[in-house]
Design a protein around this ligand. Structure first.
Ligand code: F6R
Length: 243
């Protein structure tokens, strides 16, 4: 059963999540973070960067692994998750870019990219703390409904709903890639601690299904119930369908 913490707003959620991550980093200077992109973790990354700056902590030994990447979007595209992670996480936190990996979405390398990513996570000693958002479809990473609960990093197809939700980051909805490479739910479940954040009414059903619904591939987020240490931080709107 996940621990659920309801906070007033995204700001408070970011402060709380940053506290949790900062505590880990203070204890383990070579911690391995699993990094989500999208809007949800932004207040967390900002709050964490502020703490790191004011405490003068050196994060040069920290490693990071992004959850996912679009297939076929050049890494130089501002919305590639490589570019987003560099801008939102690596630079503000002062991480060593060489120690932060993003799945390789280059179509020519796709056949081996999943296995290579799994090997890199294993070689780093596994992910200590995985930051997660959740999609309106209930996806975690880009594991859309129907994804195996045991799957590892591989190519997946985005649902039309997710492509429409992410169209806000692109000049035209047609520009949102159709395919992605994502850590699997099996990969996510191997992390030491899951920290899932969600905000707003539009996430309320997905949060309820993840926290209280039956564990099922139809609600990928429900896999967090299988994890011994999962924390869910939500605002009141996202919590509104919890019983
Ligand atoms: C991002 C990711 C996705 C997002 C989810 C929510 O790396 O894997 O699962 O966390 O789509 O997106 P936002 O936060 O933009 O609502």
């Amino acid at each position: 059963m996940a621990e659920v913490i309801i906070v007033p707003d995204q700001q408070a959620a970011g402060e709380l999540a940053a506290d949790t991550i900062f505590t880990l980093l203070a204890r383990k200077d070579d911690a391995v973070l699993g990094l989500a992109t999208g809007s949800t973790p932004l207040t967390t990354y900002t709050a964490l960067a502020a703490r790191v700056r004011s405490a003068g902590v050196d994060l040069s030994r920290v490693r990071g692994f992004a959850l996912d990447e679009y297939v076929g979007l050049p890494v130089t595209h501002p919305q590639s998750y490589r570019a987003v992670i560099t801008r939102e996480v690596v630079e503000p936190l002062g991480l060593d870019p060489a120690r932060v990996q993003v799945p390789d979405g280059d179509p020519s390398r796709i056949p081996h990219a999943g296995d290579a990513y799994e090997a890199a996570i294993r070689d780093a000693g596994g992910i200590d703390l995985q930051i997660l958002g959740i999609g309106r479809t209930g996806h975690i990473g880009f594991n859309e409904p129907g994804s195996s609960l045991a799957g590892l990093t591989r190519v997946k197809t985005l649902t039309e709903q997710t492509r429409a939700d992410n169209a806000r980051f692109f000049s035209s909805p047609d520009d949102v890639p159709v395919h992605c490479i994502t850590q699997g739910i099996g990969t996510i479940l191997r992390a030491g601690h899951l920290l899932l954040l969600a905000f707003g009414d539009e996430k309320a059903s997905a949060v309820a299904a993840a926290v209280e619904g039956p564990v099922s591939a139809s609600s990928p987020g429900s896999a967090i119930q299988l994890h011994p240490h999962a924390t869910v931080i939500v605002d009141e709107a996202a919590a509104s369908r919890l019983s």
